[in-house]
Design a protein around this ligand. Sequence first.
Ligand code: HMG
Ligand code: MG
Length: 289
Amino acid sequence: MTGQVEIFEVGPRDGLQNEARAIPTGAKVALVDCLSRAGFRRIEVASFVSPKWVPQMADSAEVLAGITRVPGVRYAALAPNLRGFQAALAARADEVAIFASASEGFSRANLNCSIDESLARFAPVAEAARAAGMPLRGYVSCVTDCPFDGAVAPAEVARVVAALREMGCYEVSLGDTIGQGRAATIDAMLRTVLGEMEAARLAGHFHDTAGRALENIEVSLAHGLRVFDAAVGGLGGCPYAPGASGNVASEAVMDWLEARGWTTGLERAVVLEAADMARAMRGAGTRQT
Ligand code: HMG
Ligand code: MG
């Protein structure tokens, strides 16, 4: 298999949100600008969530105001509710993402509500995004394993994917939030989820806790997925997912893909520069959850 694969860079959001030490806004802006130069077409740079829940993302509007926007690059933000959407719109995010969980335990820990309550909360966000003409992306967390509930049934993932599809998400990213997915469980999950949404509209979002992210990307490629979320420098984790370590590193995914004949459209030297910047931002005080 060969062809084009897109790495959706999530380091400035999923990567940095887990850092306990306050990172200066200017350093975040410099990282995003470097990522823009590296050739990423979509970069998640902001999260308009409660600053009490995720203090590191409190300067999201300033980050979006400070970056140098490269034409053709979409700068994305998370929005957990209508208030977050309105803040993302005011800060001129190019697209927003709503984020649900396939497991009740993680939904409660991350959003303080059940899966169905979160979906009800996302409906007005989806409406507002449609009215504003803003692309809406969806996430489903814990697609194989939950830190609270254990194994997650593929049918639960498919149900949430279908709900996000019905709300108008142009793409749904499937999150192995705690990096415990295995080839067999990712394969089983994808077989079921593909009944609800075609591969061209699905993305893989693998945390690399157990070092199996690349293996899981390989399984996903075989099912036709061509978009993978990753974070330069392997930054990341989710403050509400105990045991979640970094996202798979963008530079590792790029090298792994290109060694197998896939093209990513990225400038390798600039990606490595961004990875160095990201690693330097990773404080000694990364939050332990
Ligand atoms: P809550 O406490 O149930 O709701 O939180 P609330 O309405 O009572 O709000 C609590 C406080 O937040 C209030 O302030 C609100 O005004 C404020 P207070 O009255 O206490 O001063 N608030 C907001 N502030 C700013 N922006 C907003 C906003 N909304 C409320 N949009 C809530 C519910 C959803 C707000 C909370 O649970 C939250 O912010 N959760 C976000 C957690 C988060 O960001 N987690 C990380 C991202 S998800 C992830 O990393 C997984 C992913 O990468 C995929 C994967 O790996 O699987 C996407
Ligand atoms: Mg994540």
